[in-house]
Design a protein around this ligand. Sequence first.
Ligand code: PMP
Length: 353
Amino acid sequence: MPTSVIRPDILAQTAYAVADVPADFIKLDAMEVPYPLPENLRAELAAELAAAPINRYPNIAASPLPQLLRDTFAISEGAQIVLGNGSDEIIQFITLLVAQANASVLAVEPSFVMYRRNAELFGLNYIGVPLNPDFTLNLEATLHAIQQHKPALIFLAYPNNPTGVPFSREAVEAIIQAATGIVVIDEAYGAFSHDSFIAQAGQPENLVVMRTLSKIGFAGLRVGYAVGSPAVMGELAKIMPPYNMNQLSLAAAAFALRHAEAFMQNIETLKNERARVANALAELEDVTVFPSEANFVTVRLPDAPLAFHTLKDNKILVKNLHGAHPLLQNCLRLTIGTPEENDQVLRVLANVI
Ligand code: PMP
C-alpha cells in the first residue's frame, strides 16, 4: 500500500474543508468582499492579462507589484517584502524556517487554525495560550508561556480571526519585547482596523508583519505578503518556491493596486455595514456581539447550531464556530456582506432568536 510510506499523523488528518456553496446562496463564511470587480475595469484587466507572458516563468523582482504594495500601504524602504501564494503560503514557509528539533510555535486560542496546522505539519511543538473569555489577550498567561517555552515563532492575528476582537496594542508590544524568536503580526484584516504594526515591520529585527489582498477584494488572486527585516526576510526568500507567484496573479494584483481607490471605497462601505449589523444584533435579546475590527462580526447566541441551520435553510452560509474551541460555544462568525445580504441575515436571526 502506498499509504504505508505516508506519515501516520497525516493519514489521521482531515483535509481543510473548503465550502461547496450553491450559486444562489449568500456566501458569508469566508471573509470575502462581496463586491466583484466593477464592470468598467473588467475589459481593461482582461487586456492586461492577455498581454501577460504566460509562456515565461514569473519574475517577482521584475514585477511592479512589490513597489505598488510599498506605495499603497506605506511600507518603509528599509523593510523587505516577500510575496506568497496567499498568506497561507507565508505561514507555511515561515514555520518551515524554524522547524528544527525541540522548537516551538506559540499562538493564542482561538485564532487562525493554520498556525497550529503548520506547526504540527512540520513537527514543531505547538503552544496554544487561551484568550480571555471576552477574546482579549491574556497577557500574563502569554508572557508566562513565552518565558517557559521560548518559542521560535509567535503568531498573533491583529485583529484576530475568528473573533474580530482587537488586542491591546500595549499587550502586543509587551509580547514582541518578551519574544526571543520571530513574531508574526498577521494583519490579514488590517484594512478594517484602526491600528497597524506595518510601520514597525523589521524593527525590531524579529518583527514580521503579514498582510493579504484576500480580505480587500481579491481572495481569488492568492496574493499575500510578509514585511520584515532583511535578516529574516532574506532567509525566508531562500526557501520560498522560486515561481510561487503566477504571471496572472502578479498582473491582476498590480492592476488592482493601480485602481486602489475603487476598492478602498468598498472597505469604507463594509466598515459602516459592520457597525450597522453589530448594532442591530446587539438589540436582540440574549445575543452577545463581540467588538470587531475585521470584516466580520462574531456573536454568541442562545443556540448557534440552530441559527446556523436556519440561515442555511434560508440559503445563507455563515461560519458555525460552535465546537471549534471551548471559548467559542454558541458562536457564529458572520462575514459582512452587501447591505442587502446583511439585511437578510438580520431578518433571519431576528426570527430565530
Ligand atoms: N491570516 C488570517 C488571520 C486569516 O483569517 C486568513 C484567511 N482566513 C489568512 C491569514 C489567509 O489568507 P490568504 O491565504 O487568503 O492570504
